[in-house]
Write a protein of this length. Structure first.
Length: 419
């Protein structure tokens, strides 16, 4: 879909400029011009009294072979890279290697005074860093970041762009996808390289020549897998006709690579074209939440409580447990919905995805939506009075019994072990 101005018909009346809800139209030499903020909503088409704006529904045939390399949006806050960015650099590197030896993994760092992050990106596997800096990009704004990244995508044409499914990633990725007129799969938990059946066949039969493979073959690309229908099935989604292929990926799902200190890569400084008028919001003040900060994603040990606690006070025991073992308090949605603990503690499909070294599940049944957020933990200990609870199917160590008897015993044993 595209919005086009029919120049011969445009009288320069400016009605469309006022009508556009996205401020995407400007007048240039008395002719309307559609800018990169256009979402193709079509409002201007109906408002123009001279029928000078049209919406073309016909599919543009995209030259897939013009797109190469994998980009990761290396999200930073206060000059520090988010963990999910490092995880995605690792995952992107894996995909790049599978696609071809020539495919590069590029980390896109956006902000102001953030050049120091390039070395960390190289250490975690980036071949290239695309650095986009401007004082107007100091703090995240949807308009600013969407504009400069869309412009860079249009210029460099990456084949794949990955974002962390953070608040910022979830806000940014769909806007960029709409502006690039491409697809986006949100909340992926798995990414694979998709090859045509011919390539698969050829790989198994090494005598076949794969050099003639058509890069425009729509059956190549990536398979993007995410939970669907409340986590009851996994949907695998492809983007066969447009580029870039875009995904958001939940924090904690992909593996970070071991950093290689001193690793080097190529630095590409992309000078963005951005003006204050491109940004429709103004950040007046940043107020940090006064709530206790819970960093479930980075925790090495998590002690989670569920409905089996019976009441809000049960979390006092879980907190004591977590403090004793040096962990962080997690919770099931049932406990959150009951109002016993804040949502920021929730683990699972609609909470946080975690991958600690040890995950203690206390009074949690093991519903599929909870498992979706913790089953890749290194070691799972489940405490439940129902021997048939599904949590025991994923547990490495299960204790059948009353958590109010077992948790104090573990705390006591921990004391003894420390003594
Ligand atoms: P229950 O299923 O009620 O289990 C309580 C367990 O405690 C039982 O197994 C019981 O045997 C045990 N128990 C009771 N008393 C004791 C005791 N004294 N000692 C030991 N064991 C005891 N859930 C999440 O957790 N996270 C999510 O992100 C999430 N997202 C969802 C998204 C959707 C779209 C939907 C539909 C649901 C989602 N859910 C999520 C809810 C999920 O389906 C379950 O309802 C929820 O996980 C159940 O929480 P629970 O295990 O604490 O409670
Ligand atoms: Fe603005 Fe919508 Fe017209 Fe695009 S289609 S220029 S967003 S009114």
């Amino acid at each position: 879909m595209a919005i086009n101005v029919i120049k011969d018909k445009c009288k320069g009346c400016g009605i469309c400029v006022k009508a556009c809800p996205f401020s995407a139209i400007t007048m240039k030499d008395k002719v309307a011009e559609i800018g990169s903020a256009c979402t193709a909503c079509g409002v201007c088409v109906s408002k123009c009294p001279f029928e000078a704006i049209e919406k073309t529904e016909d599919e543009d045939v995209v030259d897939l072979s013009a797109y190469k390399d994998i980009w990761v949006f290396a999200e930073q806050r206060d000059g520090k890279l988010m963990n999910v960015a490092l995880e995605l650099i690792g995952e992107g590197k894996r995909l790049a290697k599978e696609i071809s030896d020539e495919t590069k993994l590029c980390a896109v760092v956006v902000g102001d005074g953030v050049a120091h992050l390039a070395d960390e990106c190289y250490a975690y596997g980036a071949d290239e860093v695309i650095l986009i800096q401007d004082p107007l990009l100091k703090n995240y704004t949807t308009d600013g970041y969407a504009k400069v990244i869309t412009d860079a995508i249009n210029e460099f044409k990456p084949e794949i762009v990955l974002y962390g499914a953070t608040h910022i990633g979830r806000d940014l990725a769909p806007r960029i996808a709409a502006r690039c007129n491409t697809g986006l799969t949100a909340d992926c938990t798995r990414l694979d390289v998709r090859v045509s059946s011919y390539i698969e066949y050829a790989k198994k039969n090494t005598t076949l020549d794969t050099s003639t493979l058509d890069p425009n073959d729509p059956s190549t690309g990536i398979k993007q897998t995410r939970p669907a229908f409340g986590g009851n099935l996994m949907a695998t989604i492809i983007c066969p006709k447009t580029r870039p292929q875009m995904s958001t990926v939940r924090p904690g799902v992909m593996q970070k690579r071991e950093p290689v200190e001193g690793a080097k890569g190529e630095l590409v400084e992309y000078k963005p074209t951005i003006a204050a008028s491109d940004i429709r919001t103004e950040i007046v003040e940043i107020v940090k939440s006064t709530k206790e900060l819970v960093s479930l994603t980075d925790a090495e040990i998590i002690c989670s409580g569920g409905r089996g606690l019976g009441n809000e006070d049960g979390f006092k025991l879980i907190k004591e447990f977590a403090d004793k073992v040096g962990g962080v308090v997690g919770a099931s949605r049932a406990a959150v919905d009951a109002g016993w603990i804040d949502h920021s503690h929730q683990v699972g499909q609609t909470g946080t995805t975690v991958k600690p070294k040890i995950y203690f599940a206390c009074g949690i049944s093991g519903a599929i939506q909870h498992l979706a957020g913790m089953q890749t933990s290194d070691f799972i200990v489940a405490i439940n009075k129902d021997a048939d609870a599904p949590i025991f199917e994923v547990a490495d160590f299960g204790i059948v019994g009353d958590l109010y008897k077992i948790v104090p015993l573990i705390i006591e044993m921990w004391d003894d072990a420390e003594a």
